[in-house]
Write a protein that binds this ligand. Structure first.
Ligand code: GLU
Length: 539
């Protein structure tokens, strides 16, 4: 064990330039005045926006807003290998696309807002050094010169001996190294990391209350975890207590994957002299596969990526609504009772989070989106569809622009009244829906063969007769009555069969929204033309 003086000497040796004390740094971050929650979302700029990030970002901003608090976007860019260009902009814009915006933090690659920055970890290296130096001076941290190969060898030996792997206790070669040895290594320019000098006892356990998981018993940390890497960047473990304390965070909301490191974080909060914060560990989004649950994977599941939803034109409101379903188990009931209320009125609660794995089910998501689009007016559908198509389907975008009123009329089919159509899940589906109304698009589709239901000769008779009695001005009652009479007169038992022949002749589909309304939108000329062409096709 080094003496107090030796530790101070060591701290000076390792960080000769640092003049600031933790107190100086802390004084630059005054206590926050808000009564609400101060929360941060802290992604790494890896260039891939996971739907789980939308979930986390949404939960963070929603809880902050709900309590009149503050939400912060902090960028954790300490892993230089994983970083990509424009990673921050991608996160900021990606989340903005879902209406998720933060009160403080990064707003673009270089700009930020708020007084508790820098909000990018790579710009906080001096701060981490101040605290690392302080820990070393107190004997709570030390330089470790072990090389990769040495660490590997140690791990192998530990495995052979069937003892826990890692750097701890007597395995931690440099925790009590001789001052002279350290000095000469530094003079020789040897690389080193700064490790925690853990004083935890793995045989001791303690109780901890997580806001989502409830009460849990944890074992103390005993590992001499790396705090600063050899390039001077902090590890997540070290940056977390420092940043969250300085930024005045009131609750740490983060992914479950960090739960196992919690004892280490608790030891660090103690050794840094900070008050421990309440934690809410949220389960990651899971996928059900072969009866088992697994994490929604960036590698295996295309639906893990936010771009999947953007490219297909999923309504962002539907996605957010579904994420709320996943987040709080009581949301569904709330929605049933408050069909028209804004999501802002739903109160998210920690104890209603599902602690055992939030299942992300694309079928359910589709359903929520379908119901959401059903609440839009024809004009809103038009606007959303156009907004999506401009980026992803040029042909449809042009059609929408050139035929605005016609398209709104198309979207209005079955959009009012009792039975609202629910065949749009996402705006990509608009193409299929409007294709019926544009000959160019329809001509690319195969006309379904229904001769198994109604013979060709009979189809011809039905259609020829229909052309004689067809009046575009008929009310829906009269229109239907005419079809009923037609089927009676011609001796067909089922009205449905007659309607099917008309439907296929006019729309080239066997399933469509209300045929009467479609005929109205298509107009007399087009309907006659389609029927005639269909008859001609059979000859
Ligand atoms: N950068 C960490 C991550 O992406 C943040 C974890 C946290 O929120 O504390 O997992």
């Amino acid at each position: 064990m080094r003496t107090k003086e030796q530790n101070e000497q060591l701290a000076q040796l390792l960080f000769p330039k640092g003049k600031e004390s933790p107190k100086d740094v802390l004084s630059r971050y005054p206590e926050r005045e808000t009564e609400g929650m101060v929360l941060r979302f802290a992604p790494s700029p890896t260039g891939f926006l996971h739907i789980g990030s939308v979930y986390m970002g949404f939960v963070c901003t929603k809880l902050a807003k709900q309590t009149n608090g503050i939400s912060i976007l902090r960028i954790e860019d300490t892993d230089k290998e994983r970083e990509i260009e424009n990673g921050v902009t991608q996160i900021v814009n990606g989340l903005k696309g879902f209406g998720i915006e933060f009160d403080e933090g990064m707003v673009s690659e270089k700009e930020s807002k708020g007084d508790y920055g820098p909000y990018m970890q790579s710009q906080r290296l001096d701060i981490y050094k101040v605290f690392a130096k302080d820990l070393v001076s107190k004997g709570y941290a030390y330089p470790c010169f072990m090389k990769e190969e040495e660490l590997e060898e140690m791990r192998k030996k530990q495995e052979e001996l069937k003892v826990p792997t890692g750097c701890y206790g007597k395995w931690a070669k440099f925790r009590d190294a001789d001052m002279e040895d350290i000095k000469s290594r530094i003079e020789n320019g040897e690389e080193f990391v700064i490790r925690l000098y853990s004083t935890g006892d793995p045989n001791k356990s303690f109780d901890f209350k997580d806001l989502v998981k409830g009460s849990v018993t944890l074992r103390e940390n005993y590992l001499d975890a790396v705090l600063l890497k050899s390039d001077g960047y902090p590890t997540y473990h070290f940056a977390h207590p420092i940043d969250d304390t300085l930024m005045g965070i009131t609750h740490v909301i983060r992914g479950d994957e960090w739960f196992s490191s919690l004892p280490l974080h608790i030891e660090l909060f103690n050794k840094l002299g900070f008050n421990l914060l309440p934690y809410a560990h949220l389960s990651p989004l899971m996928k059900s596969e072969d009866g088992k649950k697994r994490k929604l994977s960036k590698r295996k599941d295309p639906e893990a990526s936010v771009s999947y939803y953007i490219e297909r034109g999923y309504p962002k409101e539907g996605i957010i609504e579904y994420l709320l379903n996943i987040a709080n188990s009581n949301f569904y009931d709330w929605r049933m009772q408050n069909t028209n209320k804004s999501l802002d009125e739903f109160e998210l609660k920690f104890n209603k989070f599902n602690s055992s794995g939030a299942l992300f089910d694309i079928v359910k998501l589709d359903n929520v989106c379908k119901n959401y689009i059903a609440t839009l007016s024809a004009k809103e559908v038009y606007e959303n569809a156009l907004w999506w198509a401009r980026d992803f389907d040029k042909e449809i975008a042009d059609l929408l622009v050139e035929n605005k009123e016609y398209c709104i009329a198309i979207f209005n089919i079955e959009r009012t009244g009792e039975k609202i159509r629910k065949d749009l899940v996402k705006f990509e589906d608009v193409r299929d829906q409007i294709a019926i109304f544009f000959d160019d698009l329809l001509s690319k589709e195969k006309v379904p063969d229904i001769t198994g239901i109604v013979r060709e000769e009979d189809q011809k008779i039905i259609l020829t007769k229909y052309l004689e009695i067809f009046e575009i001005g008929d009310s829906s009652e009269v229109w239907f009555e005419k079809i009923r009479n037609l089927s009676k007169d011609l001796g067909f038992g089922k009205v449905g069969d007659v309607a099917m022949v008309l439907r296929v002749a006019i729309t080239h589909r066997t399933q469509t929204p209300d045929l009467y309304q479609m005929i109205k939108v298509l107009g007399e000329e087009k309907v006659r033309e389609r029927i005639k062409n269909y008859i001609d096709l059979m000859i």
